[in-house]
Design a protein around this ligand. Structure first.
Ligand SMILES: C/C(=C\C(=O)SCCNC(=O)CCNC(=O)[C@H](O)C(C)(C)COP(=O)(O)OP(=O)(O)OC[C@H]1O[C@@H](n2cnc3c(N)ncnc32)[C@H](O)[C@@H]1OP(=O)(O)O)CC(=O)O
Length: 267
């Protein structure tokens, strides 16, 4: 069957656990819907400060459940865009999520599993983790995933993965910038997530929202346009409630109390 379990921590960390034991946590339509709707829902809550995706059964995710994609020769073709929609919605939801997102990988990250790694803001893994986009081996190109991979690790490193379908390890993933940290084991992942969560906790949620939006916008902008946009955001944020509170708290040597009031640049 497969399921996605949602664990809400009291530190604002919401963890989505992928669990499809017989299929290396491959994502079927029900799991995709739970994951996408859950990220949308929790990402919109003020209490949620960090979203984490992890896998049960010692692995991350072997991609989309092939059973749900497969067509039988001679049968009436289903609407292709409708078949792609659940993965597209997951990508759009993760990329547009207002709070920071992290993929924490143990075992295999394959196909759509790799998609989640690149669509999250950050990724960490265990030493045993492996990564691949082997879609061409089942007759399809890794389309949406390739688009984000190129931006995350560059065209050469992407081509090396996409055009060979090969599997690479944690050290390679670290070297090409696909992940930010390799942890010894599961408890190392827990420790790193706790540190990450405490870093995020110190930041203004409104400032992180603006930062995420800005990073998304400027990635594909020509430098001059990006510079103008950055100046606009900087100017708008200086008068925001969190900027006033954050600087006041710093100078008063006390912890800040954040609001979730968006800055004008967010609207
Ligand atoms: C279409 C889009 C994105 C996608 O994600 S498409 C799918 C991409 N993923 C794959 O092509 C991976 C297919 N799996 C494999 O190549 C291998 O399973 C593996 C990941 C290399 C692991 O090999 P290993 O030998 O260690 O394990 P098994 O092959 O015996 O697998 C165990 C068990 O799991 C089943 N399984 C694995 N992956 C899937 C999957 N993706 N869907 C369904 N089932 C899967 C496998 O069949 C085995 O089960 P058995 O009952 O034992 O046969 C983009 C978009 O959506 O737009």
């Amino acid at each position: 069957m497969g399921r996605v379990e949602i664990a809400v921590g009291d530190n604002g960390m919401v963890t989505f656990w992928l669990d499809n034991p017989g299929k290396l946590n491959a994502l079927n339509e029900t799991m995709l819907a739970t994951l996408t709707n859950g990220i949308r829902h929790h990402g919109a809550q003020a209490a949620c400060r960090l979203i984490v995706i992890r896998g049960r059964n010692g692995t991350f995710c072997a991609g989309r459940d092939v059973a749900g994609l497969q067509r039988t020769e001679g049968s009436a073709p289903p609407d292709a865009l409708e078949q792609i929609r659940p993965a597209r919605e997951l990508a759009e939801t993760l990329i547009g999520c207002p709070v920071p997102t992290v993929a924490a990988v143990a075992g295999r990250a394959v196909g759509l599993g790799m998609g989640m790694v690149v669509w999250c803001d950050m990724a960490i893994c265990e030493t045993s983790a492996t990564f691949s986009v082997p879609e061409a081996r089942i007759g399809i190109p890794p389309s949406m995933i390739a688009l984000s991979l190129v931006r995350a690790i560059g065209p050469r490193a992407t081509a090396d993965l996409v055009l060979r379908g090969r599997t690479v390890g944690a050290e390679h993933a670290l070297q090409v910038g696909l992940i930010q940290k390799v942890c010894e084991d599961d408890s190392g992942i827990d420790t790193d997530l706790a540190a990450l969560s405490s870093d995020v906790w110190r930041c203004s949620p409104a400032a992180l929202r603006s930062s995420k939006r800005l990073l998304r916008e400027i990635t594909d902008m020509p430098f001059d346009d990006g510079f103008s946009r950055a100046i606009e955001v900087a100017a708008a944020s200086l008068g925001s409630a969190d900027a006033i509170e954050g600087m006041h708290a710093f100078r008063s040597k006390r912890p800040p109390t954040w609001t979730l009031t968006p800055t004008p640049a967010d609207s």
